[in-house]
Design a protein around this ligand. Structure first.
Ligand code: NAD
Length: 474
């Protein structure tokens, strides 16, 4: 049955969309219609910002404890509905259901809870000489999010900004918007004061730009492509608005001589293929000693063979489809480009996987002997495509890792953590994992260079939504 949402959440109530135009959301695993959402207009976007602006003074004056209690209740309700939300996201995005529950719902649930505690335990004032430093919320936040980890990216912005005392207008991705409606249902149930959180869907260049450019919007918090990030920065610059951007990546995973290849290679393949490679911090470039290239290739092919794509709802694979037909075509075009530019295709390829004639599947693909100046090593593919790049010296490995316009994440494998740390410090990215270190939701996430501005998650993510005022006294 198709899910139909026909209203926006504005000023504490569901308001029927003015236009009858809708956006269709398809189920990635089957290509069938899954849901429709309304197309917002500039007027409705303006209503949402006005509601957020009107709610700001009262919300920013609530106690951190009160705000924290709201966030805690939201987290609890997300946990109660984890199965339903995971099913929605497995349909919208195509991440296998068994992974979606833990990652796509578990992480945002924890992020709301973390921001609840953070608001309550934060040091809101401190003394510096004859000044009292006061931390205050930035104001009205325009939150614009993508589709790949849709609720996680929403939680990073909404939980932290509400905890800080900001009010929010959320414009989720048109590709995966239903999870945002479920969050709005929960926010409505917990009785958040009207106007504090508002939700509108529609096209980025219309409603997205309207909420960003509205004079009462104080801050733009965006996750998505570098191209759109640049555009929003330009718009925000007209009124010198605060901007926080989480953009693309092309992260390198350096495997040093002496590393345990039997651990490093399968782990690297998994971290490239998670969510069908649609992860901004995916480790898409495996940088390996030339002397070990043949061994790495063999281990990588074996690992890739364990990722036979399957239906995200009924299947039992770690690899589902891509999100959409457009994304599937884009990834296939990159595979063709890799072949044309002379990279060595050792697994996968452009042909669709056997037995999956519906949905947006792509075969798990590996190129070897890739040169770092090839398109597949420079551009973000956002699909299950790994590039193995050989190096001769450690300095060259670091230079390859840093030879990118992006600077989001990276990995280092070495014979010891000490050695891996030494190399990790030389990588110009916001995160580096060493010897398979796990993702940490309390650590700041964000990019150097064209991967963005600012950080999300944990203390640094929370502080993005705060100003600091110095009050001088005698
Ligand atoms: P996108 O940039 O196309 O869209 C992101 C959001 O921006 C959507 O809600 C879209 O409607 C909106 N948008 C598009 N044009 C707009 C405009 N002119 N004005 C205002 N809003 C506009 O990105 P996507 O395809 O949804 O997501 C994939 C991209 O996101 C990848 O490049 C990926 O690397 C990046 N990403 C980055 C991070 C990170 O934290 N660094 C996380 C996830 C995804």
């Amino acid at each position: 049955m198709t899910i139909v949402r026909d209203s926006f959440y504005i000023n504490g109530q569901w308001v029927k969309a003015r236009s009858s135009e809708t956006l269709e959301v398809t189920s990635s695993g089957t290509g069938e219609l899954f849901a429709t959402v309304p197309v917002g207009t500039v007027e409705e976007a303006n209503d949402a910002v006005e509601a957020a602006a009107a709610a700001f003074t009262a919300w920013s004056n609530t106690s951190p404890k009160e705000r924290g209690e709201f966030l805690q209740r939201i987290s609890e309700k997300l946990a109660e509905r984890a199965d339903d939300i995971a099913l929605v996201i497995a349909n919208e995005v195509g991440m296998p259901l068994m992974l979606a529950k833990g990652i796509q719902v578990g992480i945002p649930t924890a992020t709301f809870a973390d921001n609840a505690t953070r608001a309550m335990e934060f040091t809101w004032e401190e003394e510096v000489g004859n000044s009292t430093l006061v931390r205050e919320p930035v104001g009205v936040v325009a939150a614009i999010t993508p589709w790949n980890y849709p609720l996680h990216q929403i939680a990073n912005k909404v939980a932290a900004s509400l905890a800080a005392g900001c009010t929010v207008v959320l414009k989720p991705s048109e590709v995966a918007p239903i999870n945002a409606f479920l969050l709005a249902d929960i926010i409505d149930e917990v009785g958040l004061p009207k106007g504090v959180f508002n939700l509108i869907t529609g096209l980025g260049p219309v409603v997205g730009e309207a909420i960003v450019s509205h004079p009462k919007t104080d801050m733009v918090s965006f996750t998505g492509s570098t191209k759109v990030g640049k555009r929003l920065m330009e718009i925000a610059s007209q009124a010198v608005k605060k901007v926080s951007l989480e953009l693309g990546g092309k992260s390198a995973n350096i495997i040093l001589e002496g590393a345990n290849l039997e651990k490093a290679v399968p782990d690297g393949v998994f971290k490239c293929y998670l969510n069908s490679g649609q992860t901004c911090s995916a480790l898409t470039r495996m940088v390996v000693p030339r002397s070990k290239l043949a061994e790495v290739e063999e281990l990588a092919i074996t690992a890739a063979n364990g990722f036979a794509p399957a239906d995200p709802i009924t299947g039992s694979s770690f690899l589902g489809p891509l999100v959409s037909a457009a994304q599937q075509q884009r990834v296939r075009d990159y595979i063709t480009k890799g072949i044309d530019e002379g990279a060595k295709l050792i697994a996968g390829g452009v042909e669709p996987p056997e037995g999956l004639d519906k949905g947006y599947y792509v075969r798990p693909t590996i190129f070897s002997d890739v040169k770092n100046n090839m398109t597949i090593a420079q551009e973000e593919i956002f699909g299950p495509v790994l590039s193995i790049i050989p190096y001769d010296t450690e300095e060259e490995a670091v230079a390859i890792a840093n030879d990118s316009v992006y600077g989001l994440a990276g990995g280092v494998w070495a014979e010891s953590d000490e050695k891996a740390f030494e190399v990790a410090r030389k990588i110009r990215t916001g995160q580096v994992e060493i010897n398979g270190g796990a993702f940490n939701i309390y650590a700041p996430f964000g990019g150097y260079k064209q991967s963005g501005v600012g950080r999300e998650l944990g203390k640094y993510g929370f502080e993005e939504f705060l100003e600091v005022k110095a009050i001088q006294h005698n």
